[in-house]
Design a protein around this ligand. Structure first.
Ligand SMILES: [Zn+2]
Length: 143
């Protein structure tokens, strides 16, 4: 299960509205608590893809390293990622699976329909290597 404060949940959904019709992306920081992930802050990222920003996203590795370092200084780990699907369902794409590499992390996807955030879903990346990895539905708890 992924636990988010209302303010962080609203913020990541709003991010998708602000970047519409392009995808937004960002990082979820917090702590693992058994099989629960508790988000304590989120970090917005710039979308570095210029070829097709409306249906692809990428986080600059330098930006990710900085976010990870700053999180550790606050006692937070990277526990997930989020992005938006402008005018597409909130389901992971085959590209999303290929580009997911953080096992045990959450991948949150928000559908943005005509500029308005619609459904937000979360998926957990499970498996042990690139050949057997899967994205499984995960419950989101807000509050
Ligand atoms: Zn996607």
């Amino acid at each position: 299960m992924l636990k988010l404060r209302r303010s962080d949940y609203d913020s990541l959904r709003r991010h998708g509205e602000e970047t519409y019709p392009h995808e937004c992306c960002g990082v979820l920081l917090g702590q693992m608590d058994g099989d629960q992930r508790r988000v304590t802050s989120i970090a917005r990222c710039g979308n570095t893809r210029n070829d097709s920003p409306h249906n692809r996203y990428d986080i600059d590795p330098k930006e990710l390293i900085r976010i990870q370092r700053e999180g550790r200084e606050r006692g937070e780990d990277i526990i997930g990622f989020y992005h938006s699907h402008p005018d597409h369902p909130p389901r992971w794409s085959s590209t999303d699976l290929v580009e997911a590499h953080w096992f045990g992390c959450s991948y949150v996807i928000t559908a943005v329909e005509e500029g308005k955030a619609a459904v937000t879903n979360s998926f957990e990346l499970i498996g042990s290597d690139e050949d057997d990895k899967k994205l499984l539905d995960e419950k989101i708890e807000v509050g």
